[in-house]
Structures are given as C-alpha cells and as structure tokens.
Design a protein around this ligand. Sequence first.
Ligand SMILES: Nc1ncnc2c1ncn2[C@@H]1O[C@H](COP(=O)(O)OP(=O)(O)OP(=O)(O)O)[C@@H](O)[C@H]1O
Ligand SMILES: [Mg+2]
Length: 254
Amino acid sequence: MKLLEISGLTKSFGGVVAVNDLSFSLEKGQIMAIIGPNGAGKTTLFNLITGVYPPTKGSIVFNGRDATGLPAHRIATLGIARTFQNLQIFNNMTVLENVMVGQHTRSTTGLMGAVFPMGPVQREERKVVENSLEKLAMVGLADKAMESAPNLPYGRQKMLEIARAAALEPELLLLDEPAAGLNSTETRELVNIIYELRDRGITILLVEHDMETVMEIADQIVVLNFGNKLAEGTPFEIQNNQEVISAYLGEEEF
Ligand SMILES: Nc1ncnc2c1ncn2[C@@H]1O[C@H](COP(=O)(O)OP(=O)(O)OP(=O)(O)O)[C@@H](O)[C@H]1O
Ligand SMILES: [Mg+2]
C-alpha cells in the first residue's frame, strides 16, 4: 500500500527551482533514502512534505488523503513527524521535557488541573511522561531523562530528537541527515534505532550523505540533482547507475 505519493512537486524560491517536477511514492513499511549533492533540494522536499511551505506546483497525498498545502500542525496530526538537519533542542529543558514537547493536548496548569487534582489532566500528563520515557529508552537515553538537554554530547542530542519525533507515534518519520556528525559507534546505534522504528510499523524517509549507511538500510533510493530526480531504485541499482556515479557518487566503491 502506498503511504506517500508525491506528484509533479515543484518549489521555486525566486529564480531558484529547489524541487522540480518531482514524483515518487513510498510504500508503507519501507525505508527510503533521498540522496544527492548539497543544494539538491532534499531538505526543501522535507519542508514541503511537512507543510513548512506550500509547493509552487504538484501534490502530496498521504494515506490516500490530499495533504498538499496543509499547514505544519495539520500535517503533524495526519501522522508525519520529522527531525531537523540542524538540531532543534530546547536548551532550557531537561532531556525528558524535550521529548514531552509537542505531545500535550492540554495544559496541566489550567483550571481543569486545579479543580480536579487527580482527574483526566493528570492521567493525560502521566501518559505523556510514560510514553516519553519509553521513547528515551528506545534510543538509549533512559538514564539521562533528568539531565539538562544541552549537557548531552552532540550524538546523544540527535538521538533525543529522534525520540521526540517517535513520541508523536507517527506513521511516517522523516529524518534529515541523522548520521551527520555521528561517530561509527553512534552510527551503528542509529541504524539499529531506525530498524526498531521500522519494526514498530513506522515508514521511514531519510536524507543522508553517509553512503555506507544508506546502502545498508534503504529499500529504495531517490537521487536528486539540482531539484530533479536523477534516478530511483534499489541500492544495487543506484550504485550501478552511470548517471548517478558521475553526478554524485563518483567512482569509489560502496
Ligand atoms: N527558504 C529558502 N529560501 C530561498 N532559497 C532556499 C530556501 N530553502 C532552500 N533554498 C535553496 O534551495 C536549494 C535547495 O536547498 P536544500 O536546503 O533543499 O538542499 P539540500 O539538498 O538539503 O542540501 P544539503 O545537502 O546541503 O542539506 C538551494 O539552492 C537553497 O539555497
Ligand atoms: Mg539539507
């Protein structure tokens, strides 16, 4: 079953066509990688899918529903979550609070909380905490829950962002360069976390420059070049595609 269908998607910024007439689809349960040189339009594609800005042309269908041009908060409620190429960690919060952000539908400080001290608001809050701790455990940060988030090393902060996105229990998770800045041990952990997410039924779309990781985990790869789709296929097909090799991969072995 197709979870995401992108058709003729185009985004222009003034004279720059960042994404140009792009079409591809993503099967439920797949891990798909978007690769391509710097400035190819990968992050712009993520920003279009998540409603950061509307496309200039084309359509985005998620779960059979037209999601084209919907604002970011609506896209999130449809079941799409993401992480960012540049870390977005709240520095004045604990690790746990950073995962809890975004899950709240109601505030515990409101009138309901004051009037019913053991009521539905508290139960809701406890569910949020439990869910957040479970996601922290999944990324290996259970014992860091009460630490100040900026005290974590960079690699841990990236895992924290994945935990936050996973805590929204999305159907589709977009990861923008999750391996960037990670050492080889952390990259192994990341690969295992991505498999765990997939095993939990989450479909994964990731942008990544680390070709070893991409070729290992991706079921399908879409190659972007100057906003255009240069190729699409399995890791084997992409590694043996002459156009891709000359535009991006070079002649090195993978
Ligand atoms: N908000 C914006 N306003 C104007 N131009 C933009 C904007 N966002 C992206 N661009 C331009 O669109 C093009 C694609 O950028 P994008 O960030 O999508 O590339 P990318 O493939 O993610 O690159 P990288 O691998 O370096 O992260 C670039 O030329 C960029 O300068
Ligand atoms: Mg980018």
